[in-house]
Ligand binder design. Structure first.
Ligand code: HEC
Length: 149
């Protein structure tokens, strides 16, 4: 009976270190991957703006699909412990984990704006396309204002 806590302590310490080293490489991967995705998202947005101006609906729909998918997956690339540090190259604010509900709400707004833009493209409603594109851009900026350093 008396020996149990000691054994458990050793076991859990071993688990902690093992978990930690696996965890930190996963965290580095997540940071790298999300920065790459955000860069693609920015490049995509410029192309999308151009294809909308040119009235190229099919290209625009293809481009907007990226945002629908990315907005649904982005939360997976923000594991706890992956906020900005001096070594990981991230600009993610620690508020993401302090106010997770708020962060999810912003990601949800980004998702909704993308879907609404797709709907407007599908009915080819010019003024709605422009309004919804503006909302999409605004959803990026609002999240950055709150959650990017
Ligand atoms: C729900 C929040 C959220 C939304 C929505 C969002 N971003 Fe971000 N974005 C972030 C965070 C957090 C970072 C910092 C990530 C990091 O450095 O780890 C970031 C970083 C970036 C970066 C910098 C990547 C680099 O080079 O370091 C770009 C570019 C970017 N976002 C573009 C966009 C665009 C374009 C949109 C909209 C289409 C968008 N983001 C929507 C939260 C968001």
């Amino acid at each position: 009976m008396f020996r149990m806590p000691g054994i458990l302590m050793i076991m859990s310490t071993a688990l902690f270190f093992a978990g930690n080293s696996i965890g930190s490489s996963n965290i580095e991967e997540a940071v790298k991957k999300r920065i790459q995705m955000f860069k693609s998202s920015s490049t995509n947005l410029k192309k999308l703006s151009k294809s909308i101006r040119e009235g190229d609906v099919s290209t625009s729909v293809e481009l907007v699909d990226f945002h629908i998918k990315w907005s649904e997956e982005m939360l997976l690339l923000f594991p706890s412990g992956s906020e900005a540090s001096t070594s990981n190259g991230s600009d993610a604010s620690s508020d993401i984990w302090r106010d997770t509900t708020g962060f999810k709400k912003r990601a949800g707004q980004y998702n909704l704006s993308s879907k609404q833009l797709k709907e407007a493209l599908e009915i080819n409603d010019f003024s709605q396309i422009n309004n919804n594109f503006e909302s999409l851009v605004k959803s990026c900026k609002t999240c950055h204002r709150h959650f990017r350093n």
